[in-house]
Ligand binder design. Structure first.
Ligand code: HEC
Length: 139
């Protein structure tokens, strides 16, 4: 009986250890380095700037294309965010919002690595700027 008890204890410990590894330890995501933005994007003009009507369209398109990873409030907590190897920065941060519209445009539609390219999914330039305008409301 003593040996059986030991075996059961041992197995319990191994099981608890595995559970701890799976859930309690932080998932190690790598932080993407600084974005290299080509010069032609940096100073791009937002053709929908100050267009209040664009926010509704922006929100709709964000919900359709972006929310699954970036989350409803831009805090990178969408259902697909967990499976990404790269950490996603919050759209709420002052650091993120300090970037120019053109930089956000490049990140949003050209993308890199795990951030998908949306040039073929969001074709209309006014739609693209509407999404950027919506990202500005998430701060
Ligand atoms: C499949 C998940 C996924 C979807 C869907 C997605 N993104 Fe991303 N996004 C990412 C990841 C991962 C990063 C971080 C990439 C990196 O740093 O290399 C990122 C980064 C960004 C960044 C730069 C912020 C940062 O973390 O450096 C912006 C802006 C952005 N995404 C906008 C959008 C927009 C707008 C959409 C919808 C049109 C969208 N994303 C859809 C995964 C996604």
């Amino acid at each position: 009986m003593k040996t059986l008890k030991k075996i059961v204890m041992g197995l319990t410990l191994v099981f608890a250890g595995a559970l701890f590894m799976a859930f309690a330890l932080p998932q190690d995501k790598k932080m993407g380095g600084p974005w290299e933005i080509p010069a032609k994007y940096k100073d791009m003009k937002n053709s929908m700037k100050d267009d209040a009507g664009s926010l509704k369209i922006g929100k709709m398109l964000y919900t359709k294309h972006c929310k699954s990873c970036h989350g409803g409030k831009g805090e990178a907590d969408g259902p697909k965010a967990g499976s990404m190897k790269t950490a996603i920065r919050s759209f709420k941060s002052a650091e993120f919002q300090a970037q120019s519209d053109g930089v956000l445009y490049y990140q949003s539609f050209v993308g890199r690595d795990e951030m998908p390219n949306y040039e073929k999914k969001v074709l209309d330039d006014e739609d693209r700027w509407s999404i950027i305008n919506y990202l500005r409301t998430l701060k």
